[in-house]
Design a protein. Structure first.
Length: 802
């Protein structure tokens, strides 16, 4: 299909398009036209990825000054999916245009996934792969080999790249991970470095958030991306947490021990080098006098570490005198580590700001702030000078150096929390020093400063206005789309009480009350009786899940569920969970049916799709609030209140609801899919407005205060309806548009400059071919709801009569 949005020709690789996809693309185009940022919430399973790609690629090809598209997603499977969609799109464009455009699209992931070296690629641990690779590819390894060191062997896949034109390591086209591995295998060249080096020469790069948001990686990988790139963060509902994690460091006694060991072996190396090649150290000293920018010239693409935060102006400054000499720097680091060790010997929790930490540090050790700021750069430079390749031994030291730089760079937005015991009831000290970033906007600021257009999007990113506040940026468009459907394919409902009318809730005071636990159990039994195939249950935490499962066991509830479905449980161990998921899928496919018990915020809730028979119903047991006694969370809440005027309760509620929405969205992965979404906690009644618009609007008022038996009746009716064969013709013009529908819509909205803001209007306009005003729409909805309630009452009567 080909159509225009304003003057932009869009090639759409399918014969039909969903109305919301069209509106979504209109909004993205508007954002790109004005050169600003946007937040868009697009319902799960409505083809967000292909809409994003079609529009941005069309825009890039039409306005070549938009040089690059940087598409960031969360998981490897999502990145792979985007690459496959892109490949399909470019094939379609070529067939429509009659020629193949000059276009290169690549995806980047870690070495572990892209390595071809026979001795390295089978390593399970990513850090080991990185280290082994560095040992065969760094400039140091090459120099050692040239000097006659026979213990060194270089990676031929890496070496072969040097024989190729640097801007043409791989032909034009779109390469999925499999393609790039295959190409590397055939041409004996390293896929990882091929992609890394070709990033500057491709039209679109698809990779994980961390390559852009984590300054330690971004500086190394994404530095050369041009400023006029279009940046997309897909699945961005957790973007604030990614930003915070990127700048937070946890230090334990063990990491300090390993850091001391690392410092000692560095000192020994320095002595060795002094004995054999004293000039090397003298040269290093001279360069550092000139400033880090001069010193930087010597770095190769595989430098040991990047600085987490060093501002640009510092790079041109001379490195402070007391850490210029290698041995002085090591002594400095050791002093800092010893200081941290003494700080760990406490029996009470301590929470302090970076400023007070630095003051105490200076009073006790005379360590000043300025040399601390240079620590991570200085360490990186020293490792290069000493030509070290086994840098895994120095990871703990690297962490300490990064901490030193961060703590001395930021006065606000961070907190230090020292916890002597792992849990409140522990008696054996196991201290942890959390250096926690509280301000998500710090890590993402360079992205907003550098790139003109940033698109933040997800299936569940409500409430939209929370993100600009937390991340401190302006938007030109914030929009949440509804899902156009010809028949209701998902049934969201709020269950507030059991059949005995006792309220159900995971509120702390009553969550372990036997009647509440029993009612939750009965809800599970009833839904396992009627749900075909897969049923997914989410709990607010592992702790609660464990306690409720053991009570259910003693109440005989699990035995009852067992009659209808297999029961599988998510655990913190990812391998165990993977096995449980596999069994779950087998049971769903072979007709036995299964229940998967999982936790919100866990791996399953974020990354696993339960489409079609794998998830016909999702039960959200309780509101998934964070553990509010966590000191780190308390500090963040205080920071948000004081700096961004976000109240504690607002943030906690927003955070709980975004995770609840993620869990609900797991079972609906397309318009041909169907499922029931049960929110089982009476507190959801008040919080439903914080759900994504497409879910909230689908909750009928009659379904907001149900007891277990009422919920069962509604669910049975829904499943019966969905069991009727659907007529694809009913979808025409309502939930799918042909080209004629698109053109008709464009014609209707031409005069009023509409490009797709109101999300209901277009569907209605096309479906009924008349324009209804809002009052009339509300009236119609009321009637629909009344009819629905009446129908249900009749059903109850009928059931009662029999
Ligand atoms: S250069 Fe490439 S193929 Fe060689 S070890 Fe490193 S990642 Fe593996």
């Amino acid at each position: 299909m080909k159509f225009f949005i304003d003057d932009l020709p869009v090639l759409w690789p399918y014969p039909k398009i969903y109305p919301e996809q069209y509106q979504y693309m209109c909004d993205i185009k508007k954002t790109l036209d004005v050169g600003g940022n946007c937040i868009l919430e697009m319902p799960s399973g409505t083809g967000k990825t292909i809409s994003l790609l079609s529009l941005t690629v069309a825009y890039q090809q039409h306005y070549p000054e938009k040089r690059k598209i940087i598409y960031c997603s969360r998981t490897m499977s999502e990145i792979e999916k985007a690459l496959a969609e892109l490949k399909n799109l470019m094939k379609f464009r070529a067939s429509e245009l009659g020629f193949t455009e000059e276009f290169r699209g690549l995806g980047l992931t870690s070495r572990k996934n892209l390595c071809l070296h026979p001795k390295v690629r089978h390593e399970k641990n990513g850090n080991v792969v990185d280290e082994k690779c560095r040992a065969m590819t760094s400039g140091v390894a090459r120099r050692k080999l040239e000097a006659g060191d026979e213990s060194i062997s270089l990676c031929e896949y890496h070496e072969n790249l040097n024989d190729l034109e640097p801007h043409d390591l791989i032909p034009q086209g779109v390469f999925t991970f499999d393609d790039v591995l295959k190409y590397g295998q055939e041409h004996k060249q390293c896929p990882y470095f091929t992609v890394r080096r070709m990033m500057a020469f491709c039209n679109i790069i698809i990779y994980s958030y961390h390559y852009l948001l984590d300054p330690k990686i971004a500086d190394r990988v994404s530095k050369e991306l041009s400023k006029d790139s279009i940046v997309i963060f897909d699945e961005a509902h957790n973007i604030d947490n990614v930003c915070i994690e990127a700048l937070s460091v946890d230090i334990t006694e063990d990491s300090l021990r390993r850091a001391s060991k690392g410092a000692n072996s560095l000192a020994k190396k320095i002595d060795d080098v002094r004995a054999t090649d004293a000039d090397k150290l003298q040269n290093e000293y001279q360069k550092l006098v000139e400033g880090l920018r001069e010193a930087e010239v010597a770095r190769d693409e595989e430098q040991f570490m990047s600085n987490p935060v060093l501002p640009d102006d510092l790079l041109s400054e001379a490195v402070p005198g007391n850490i210029r000499r290698a041995e002085h720097f090591i002594a400095f680091l050791k002093r800092f580590i010893e200081y941290l060790k003494t700080r760990m010997r406490v029996l009470n929790v301590i929470s302090e700001t970076p400023t007070s930490f630095l003051k105490h540090l200076r009073e006790l050790t005379f360590i000043e702030r300025k040399p601390l700021r240079f620590c991570s750069e200085r360490l990186s430079y020293l490792v290069n000078t000493l030509e070290l390749t086994e840098i895994e031994d120095f990871t703990a030291l690297k962490e300490i150096a990064a901490f030193a730089t961060l703590v001395s760079t930021y006065e606000t937005g961070f907190v230090l929390i020292l916890e002597p015991f792992e849990t409140e009831r522990s008696t054996v000290p196991n201290p942890v020093l959390h250096f926690t970033c509280l301000d998500a906007s710090i890590a993402i600021k360079p992205v907003f400063d550098r790139f003109k257009s940033v698109i933040i999007t997800s299936g569940t990113i409500s409430p939209l206005d929370m993100y600009p506040k937390m991340l401190n940026f302006d938007t030109v468009i914030q929009e949440s789309y509804t899902m156009s459907l010809d028949r209701k394919t998902f049934l969201p409902m709020i269950v507030t009480k059991g059949s005995d009318q006792v309220a159900i809730s995971s509120r702390f005071e009553i969550r372990n009350d036997p009647s509440v636990v029993r009612n939750y159990g009965n809800l599970l039994i009833e839904f396992s009786k009627i749900t075909p195939d897969g049923l997914v249950v989410f709990f607010p935490s592992y702790l609660y899940m464990e306690s409720i499962i053991s009570t259910w066991q003693s109440m005989g509830i699990l035995d009852e569920v067992w009659k209808y479905k297999l029961i599988l449980v998510e655990t913190p161990d990812s391998q165990e969970t993977a096995l449980a998921l596999e069994t779950y899928r087998t049971a769903c496919s072979n007709g036995r049916g299964a229940v998967m018990l999982c936790v919100a915020r866990g791996k399953v809730s974020e990354g696993i799709d339960f489409d079609h028979q794998y998830g016909r119903c999702v039960l959200m047991i309780g509101v998934p609030f964070q553990y509010t006694e966590s000191r780190i969370l308390k500090a963040r809440l205080e920071f948000l209140r004081e700096n961004y005027h976000i109240r504690e309760n607002d943030f906690l509620s927003f955070d709980a609801m975004r995770h609840a929405a993620q869990c609900l969205g797991r079972v609906l992965r397309g318009k041909d899919d169907y499922g029931i979404m049960v929110l089982a906690d009476r507190r959801f009644v008040k919080k439903r407005n914080q759900l994504p618009k497409w879910i909230n609007q689908a909750i009928l008022d009659a379904d907001t205060n149900l007891s277990t038996d009422m919920a069962m009746a509604a669910a049975k009716k829904f499943l019966r309806n969905l069991a009727q064969p659907a007529n694809p013709a009913d979808q025409e013009g309502v939930s799918v548009w042909s080209l004629d529908d698109v053109l008709r819509f464009q014609e209707q909205t031409k005069g009023i400059g509409y490009t797709g803001h109101s999300t209901d209007a277009p569907t209605e306009a096309i479906a009924r071919d008349t324009t209804k005003d809002q009052d009339e729409m509300d009236y119609l909805l009321d009637i629909e709801q009344t009819l629905y309630e009446e129908a249900r009452d009749m059903e109850y009567t009928a059931v009662g009569a029999t």
